[in-house]
Design a protein around this ligand. Sequence first.
Ligand code: NAP
Length: 249
Amino acid sequence: MRLKGKVALITGASRGIGHSMAKLFAQEGSKEAINFLKSEKEALDLAEEIRKQGGEAIAIKADVSNLNDIKKMIQTTMAEFGTIDILVNNAGIILSATFLDCTDEIWDKTMDVNLKGAFLCSREVAPIMLEKKRGKIINISSASGLTERSAVGNTPYAVSKAGLIGLTRSLAVNLGPYVNVNAICPGLTETDMAASLKPERRRKPIEESIVKRIGKPKEIAHAALFLASDESDFITAEIMTVAGGRAIR
Ligand code: NAP
């Protein structure tokens, strides 16, 4: 019960990595605000599953690129649970584009969801954490935000994820010493997002890794659990790569 009594708001928790984090955090005792946009059934089913196991969870529809939606999501979470201890900025999209074929629309949409979404959610949640002088924010960046050659071909995605690393460091400075802000850079992880990639784009990261396999959502969730728990109180502004050794190449 490493998160006993804590309230966690996880964006994009209806599927994939966010879904796995919400499940694991709930098993560790936290109350869950499960954000979704399109996958309502999956989010409602997850909240129901957590409640059946004795936990507390609600599903909240919100587009993280829309400030009004975010404000309502936070109001709903506060009304239900009274506070927010942990924010995971996990919601993300990957749209197929390289540099030369990246349209303005693809660029704007990617930045709005992946980067501005995390900025807005953090800005709206931070006062709650600052008031009680405690909180944890975890941004889900990507190995694509680092220097990986095969991963950075998608320019808007890679730039949005690199931006999240900058946002993490800046937030850690601005919200310290009370709020710990860290990022996780997952390598290729078995979710719908990974399944949507071209075979070549799926093969390369596995080849480049040391462990020679794709990651499991739960393996990213366990890293997030550590950063959400009291065990990581001395860690902030840190970028944790969880990519099977891929980042050293
Ligand atoms: P996924 O399976 O495609 O799930 C994406 C989640 O984000 C869904 O729950 C989706 O909700 C939500 N979402 C998308 N746009 C949203 C919006 N505008 N507002 C609110 N929620 C939104 O993706 P994933 O693989 O779990 O990825 C999770 C995070 O990890 C992303 O930030 C991704 O970039 C990052 N990541 C993934 C990998 C990988 O290989 N899978 C590697 C590195 C980093 P709905 O379905 O309800 O719309």
